[in-house]
Write a protein that binds this ligand. Structure first.
Ligand code: MN3
Length: 246
């Protein structure tokens, strides 16, 4: 049908059915009661879910495969989708890097702040986190081993301090080992999906203490999950990353 034919057909239909039909149609569209379109899929970019750098069952029995599927494929994906939706809704965010958005979320327009803080934070935190897990060596090496000993006295004292911080997060959040601008190590907590990058503190490693990270396997016993975390912390990777950081 050509466009002229289509217009003719529409005019004929209008003439036959009269203004009442048109009014009904408009009314139905306005309320969503007519042929409502399915919700638009989230934008596919600019941000994308990184692939898990090991198999979903690679961290068994400490982190179970079902939790890893949900955590990576659903929770992390949701942060990515919501961040992409925020960027689509706020053209002034276009072209900004993930780090730029997360570091500067507080300077963004009010309508975009919360979405970027929560979902940009969720994306940056989880993207950082997955590669720090795996079954590497049982202890830090090189510069990181020296720095942990210097700051905490021993690896076990550090583990105790991080566990205490993880247990002390009220509700959902993270406990981190960070490198401060002066080069010193510190343990910090962030609520929700706040990132330590916002305060200029570079994460070295961290433990996600949102219930989505452990509830299927560990129920309400967060301390057992934190113990398990130390069994899947990839010290080789973390030590290598630390040595590379300026
Ligand atoms: Mn999580």
């Amino acid at each position: 049908m050509t466009s002229v034919d289509r217009r003719t057909a529409i005019l004929q239909m209008s003439a036959l059915a009269g203004a009442a039909l048109l009014t009904d149609t408009l009314h139905a569209e306005g309320t969503g009661a007519g042929q409502a379109a399915a919700p638009a899929p989230p934008p596919a970019g600019p941000f994308t879910l990184p692939t898990l750098p090991y198999a979903y069952d690679a961290l068994e029995p400490f982190f179970d495969a079902e939790t890893m599927h949900l955590h990576h494929d659903k929770h992390h994906q949701a942060y990515v989708n919501n961040l992409n939706a925020a960027v689509a809704a706020h053209p002034e965010l276009a072209g900004k890097s993930l780090n730029d958005l997360v570091v500067n979320w507080a300077t963004l327009p009010d309508a975009a702040k919360t979405a970027v803080r929560n979902n940009g934070g969720g994306h940056v935190n989880h993207s950082f986190w997955w590669p720090t897990l795996g079954k590497g060596s049982a202890a830090p090496t090189g510069e990181l081993a020296k720095a942990i000993d210097a700051k905490f006295g021993s690896l076990s004292a550090f583990q105790e301090a991080l566990t205490k911080a993880a247990m002390g997060v009220f509700g959902s959040g993270w406990a981190w080992l960070v490198k401060l601008p002066d080069g010193n190590l510190a343990i910090e907590q962030t609520p929700n999906q706040d990132s330590t990058l916002t305060t200029g503190h570079k994460p070295v490693l961290g433990v996600d203490v949102w219930e989505h990270a452990y509830y299927l396997k560990y129920k309400n016993v967060r301390v057992d999950y934190v113990k398990a975390y130390f069994n899947v912390l990839n010290w080789d990777y973390v030590s290598g990353q630390f040595a590379q950081k300026a």
